[in-house]
Design a protein around this ligand. Structure first.
Ligand code: MTE
Length: 312
């Protein structure tokens, strides 16, 4: 599958959810494995070709409105509405990602080269924020393992570190350093990164990634708390040591390196046993939080007999 960028339209041109739903019905009607044919030519935005995935949940996705207006992206401010308000100030083209550390093929890879030739899929995943709210998001992306295999991890590599860009002139939250230390950093163990559920997402609702959701390329690891899913990535480094990560450095007693969703381990200041599904209106739907955010069958084996209670 190839990425199809029909043109260079930005977020303001993203198709409303109603239009997307119509297209989705078309897809269902088409019944094929590929979403591409039905999407191509219908939308006037930047359309991404993608196929459906066995890993998608059949839960209803949140509205495009919810997904793009209720965000955490501290580079643009700490309010939930700040990313929608200010992320448009970020230039995402051109974009490149430095891949370095313990790899056979280090380099600076242009975004277009990263996505050309990868198998884009729609992954409808639950996203569980550590703050106890959740959403369902129809991401478009590809397995992180595809990129890692292409850059050839060295035999001793054990972890993957990620960094978001630092550009205070376009990311107003970065003008203050007492919010967080920049760049925002995250990391995974290499075997976690190779798990098929871990994706690099380049879009949602069938179109290019809105800036507030981490354009042009972000990580999505659905069995971990949302803060692991780092946005707007500019560096990927393979290491043989556990890399420092932003929230863990900020408050080590509250946010661990692993941070697997776990209803049995409360945050020191609130319960993690249940969550509020964003967008359920006045009578917000509270639901029980599931171990590994419901992805236990795919990821539990990564942790063997690790003490998951201690290992927040
Ligand atoms: N990535 C960066 N660079 N900066 C951030 O502040 N916030 C994280 C994560 N990735 C964050 C980030 C948190 S706390 C969550 S819950 C998710 O992004 C939210 O993703 P969404 O806004 O697309 O729902």
């Amino acid at each position: 599958m190839r990425t199809r960028f029909k043109n260079d339209m930005g977020y303001s041109d993203v198709t409303p959810k109603s239009a997307w739903l119509n297209r989705r019905d078309l897809l269902k009607g088409a019944g094929g494995a590929s979403i591409a044919a039905s999407l191509a030519g219908i939308a006037d935005g930047a359309v991404l070709e993608a196929s459906k995935s066995i890993y998608s949940t059949d839960e209803d996705p949140n509205d495009l409105e919810d997904i793009t207006s209720y965000n955490n992206f501290y580079e643009f401010g700490t309010g939930k509405g700040d990313p929608a308000r200010y992320a448009g100030e970020l230039t995402t083209k051109p974009w490149s990602v430095v891949v370095d550390g313990m790899v056979g093929r280090p380099g600076t890879y242009a975004y277009e080269d990263i996505v050309s030739g990868v198998a884009l899929e729609e992954r409808i995943y639950r996203l569980r924020c550590v703050e106890a709210w959740s959403m369902v998001v129809p991401w478009i992306g590809f397995e992180l393992s595809e990129l890692l295999k292409r850059v050839e991890p060295s035999p001793g590599a054990k972890f993957v570190a990620f960094e978001t860009l630092v550009r205070p002139e376009e990311m107003r939250g970065q003008k203050s350093s007492f919010v967080l230390e920049w760049p925002y950093r995250e990391g995974l163990r290499l075997d976690e990164a190779m798990n098929p559920l871990a994706i690099l997402a380049v879009g949602l609702y069938g179109e290019e990634m809105p800036n507030q959701n981490g354009a042009p390329i972000r990580l999505v690891v659905p069995w971990k708390y949302g803060f692991k899913s780092i946005k707007s990535i500019v560096r990927i480094t393979l290491t043989d040591f556990q890399p420092p990560t932003t929230w863990n450095m900020q408050a080590p007693g509250e946010y661990g390196f692993y941070s697997n969703v776990n209803p049995n381990v409360d945050h020191p200041r609130w319960s993690q046993a249940s969550e509020r599904r964003v967008g359920s209106g006045l009578f917000a739907r509270r639901m029980e939080t599931r171990m590994f955010n419901g992805y236990e069958e795919y990821v539990a084996e990564l942790y063997g007999d690790m003490d998951l209670r201690a290992n927040y």
